[in-house]
Design a protein. Structure first.
Length: 182
């Protein structure tokens, strides 16, 4: 599969089969995430994989937040992404430049994870709307740390690739200057 085909195949799956996911497959997704780039190579991430059924059910309840993410209990694997303290240089740089580099880094690592999942024939959904305090309490994550995202992973209930809903190409790019300013 070409990289573009893989990018087309990756989609947010919001319903999963009960079929378990092999740890080896999870490991390959984690390896893809580990290889992601980050500001000053800070690698400010830690992945807590939850595949133990009772704990997973409890985490899923925290993801089903104000009627969002009702599908979460169907995912056989949930991965909480913990933001680790960035090293001094990107932290300072982020403050000076007013850019939360660590969130950009985590976004890239999470997308690497999800693309590897798609390559494995697995489905995933990046989840950013959830009860963070509840997830942290269940996983023993210290209060001072943040959990920006959770990834739902499993075999999709509907494996068909949907057409992507995206802005038109011309609305997303230009060459050599920004449109409409001169
Ligand atoms: C940072 C981030 C947070 C997201 N949070 C949620 C979420 O809480 N629940 C959900 O169902 N989808 C969530 N999504 C998935 C997006 O809705 C989805 O990527 C977008 O609609 C494009 O669809 P596609 O992933 O199928 O291509 C999130 C995606 C990102 C990148």
């Amino acid at each position: 599969m070409s990289f573009l085909d893989l990018a087309r195949k990756r989609q947010s799956d919001r319903g999963f089969l009960a079929q378990p996911v092999e740890r080896l497959q999870i490991e390959r997704c984690l390896e893809a995430a580990r290889l992601a780039p980050s500001a000053c190579n800070s690698q400010p991430w830690f992945f807590v994989v939850v595949d133990e059924p009772a704990l997973r059910t409890a985490i899923a309840a925290e993801l089903n937040h104000f009627a969002m993410n009702r599908f979460a209990p169907t995912a056989p694997v949930l991965v909480a992404v913990v933001a680790e303290n960035p090293t001094l240089l990107p932290r300072l740089g982020g403050m000076i430049k007013d850019k939360p580099y660590y969130l950009l880094d985590i976004g890239m690592a999470v997308e690497h994870f999800c693309l590897q999942a798609a390559d494995e024939g697995l489905g995933s959904c990046i989840i950013g709307w959830f009860n963070e305090a509840g997830v942290k309490r269940l996983l023993g994550i210290p209060k001072g740390k943040r959990v920006p995202l959770v990834i739902a992973l499993g075999y999709p209930a509907d494996p068909a690739t949907r057409p992507k809903t995206r802005r038109e190409p011309d609305a997303t790019r230009s060459y050599n200057d920004y449109p409409g300013t001169r």
